[in-house]
Design a protein around this ligand. Structure first.
Ligand code: AMP
Ligand code: MG
Length: 421
């Protein structure tokens, strides 16, 4: 049997990063930048005010206080988006709003709170502003945002390989980039196999169950920023499987569920093995022992294929352990691991299997420590154990038992705000 790490390494060795595409910036959320983003402008473009207030010459405010205001003549008002044509000469001020360019001659902005603005507004709201009382001294540069202080012209603002998040998209927008080159999102073909499976919108007849794996797997594919292509259900027979596999030919990777364990009708494994490029592994993990990996012929390249176990929980756990890192690598990402934390186990867990157990657990932080308690019955078909969980508790393969109160490693699936307890 392979360890989880060995199986993952073998898979990743066969996975290539996809090519780049040009996309509208908003579409690129979560993708990896395929070019340096250089700035040919200053952001902000001009020195501008960080406050609503009065643009002044700091030298004019020497000695200003609540008790000894300095009075200046107001010569203009300037709003964000406009330029004042007036020069602030000694003894004058320009009323200025946040974001408005600082007029010539001024070297600081005194915010309204440090002027007699409120008093003036209360006593003569409709009269034009001709005079302002300054109530505190201003030092040069006060409340002024310098041109280029966020991004200076000529600098590399974002590097090739950066992950594109909301801030990166905002930054590209501020530089005037509407399109960006990013590594393409993998198209992931998903095929459920099994004679017992029925589409979600079809009635169940005796002995049948709805295909749930197709949906949980497609949702994970979406969650991690890839594009699911659902191929539906294949019967456990050659013709059905072969015709479905043809539809995967223009995908970047194929995921199947079911048919890879040791049962008599686990046909997927026999049919795929016959074509050569498929290996079947037993991985020292629970749930998710059976795992198949190979390649199918695509239109103009070969397509990696991961055969996940059929049990609802096994296939989701296998996805997190093996498929997610593969997809992230295809997307050009470097950090392929989910966050792992240490938590105090609140149940005792036995390990008779000699495999690494990934038990579904609810992780909570209390008094500065993380605690992990199991979500109830841990059968590999009990999807509810997964639904309630925000983490997977690792029980090492070489431990027969881990006791309540011991510290364990937990692979975090979600943080608490996304958990339905
Ligand atoms: P298999 O790996 O094909 O032997 O399937 C193992 C178990 O998972 C069986 O109980 C199947 O009925 C169940 N199963 C397989 N595929 C699916 C699916 N797409 N949705 C829900 N359950 C499934
Ligand atoms: Mg089956």
């Amino acid at each position: 049997m392979l360890s989880v790490e060995e199986a993952l390494e073998k898979i990743l060795n066969e996975i290539d990063t996809l090519e780049e595409e040009s996309v509208p910036i908003l579409e690129s959320l979560g993708q990896v930048l395929a070019e340096d983003i250089k700035s040919d402008i200053n952001v902000p473009p001009l020195d501008n005010s960080a406050m609503d207030g009065y643009a002044v010459r700091s030298g004019d405010t020497t000695g200003a206080s609540e008790k000894t205001p300095v009075f200046l003549r107001v010569i203009d008002t300037v709003m964000a988006g406009s330029i004042s044509g007036h020069e602030v000469v000694p003894g004058t001020a320009v009323r200025i709003m946040t974001g408005a360019p600082v007029p010539g001659g001024a070297d600081s902005v005194v915010q309204f709170e440090n002027t007699d603005e409120e008093k003036r507004k209360a006593s003569a709201p409709d009269e034009p502003v001709v005079r302002v009382g300054i109530l505190s001294e201003a030092r040069p540069g006060l409340n002024i945002r310098k041109a280029g202080e966020d991004i200076a012209r000529g600098t590399v603002a974002l590097k090739k390989g950066n992950i594109i998040r909301a801030a990166e998209i905002g930054l590209m927008a501020s530089l005037g980039y509407g399109q960006v080159k990013a590594i393409r999102r993998p198209v992931v073909a998903i095929l459920s196999t099994g004679n017992e499976l029925v589409e979600v919108d079809k009635p169940l007849t005796e002995g049948k169950i709805h295909d749930s794996n197709g949906y949980s797997i497609a949702s994970l594919v979406r969650r991690y920023g890839c594009v699911p292509k659902m191929l539906g259900i294949a019967r456990d027979e050659e013709a059905s499987l072969v015709s479905k596999l043809k539809q995967a030919q223009d995908a970047d990777i194929l995921l199947t569920t079911g048919g890879v364990s040791m049962g008599d009708y686990d046909m997927v494994k026999d049919i795929l093995a016959r074509d050569g490029e498929m290996v079947f592994w037993k991985v020292r993990v629970k749930p998710g022992k059976p795992l198949a990996f190979g390649k199918i012929k695509g239109k103009d390249k070969s397509i990696p294929h991961l055969g996940l176990p059929g049990n609802a929980v096994s296939c989701m756990v296998s996805f997190e352990l093996f498929v997610r890192p593969a997809l992230l690598k295809m997307m050009g990402k470097k950090n392929l691991a989910k966050p792992t934390i240490e938590a105090i186990l609140e149940d005792t867990v036995k390990n008779d299997a000699g495999r690494r157990i990934y038990d579904r657990a609810i992780i909570e932080r209390r008094n500065g420590y993380y605690y992990a308690r199991l979500t109830g019955p841990q059968g590999s078909g009990i999807l509810n154990s997964m639904r309630l969980a925000n983490g997977l508790v690792l029980i090492p393969e070489d431990r027969k038992m881990v006791n309540k109160g011991e510290t364990v490693q937990v692979l975090m699936l979600d943080w608490n705000e996304e958990v339905n307890v």
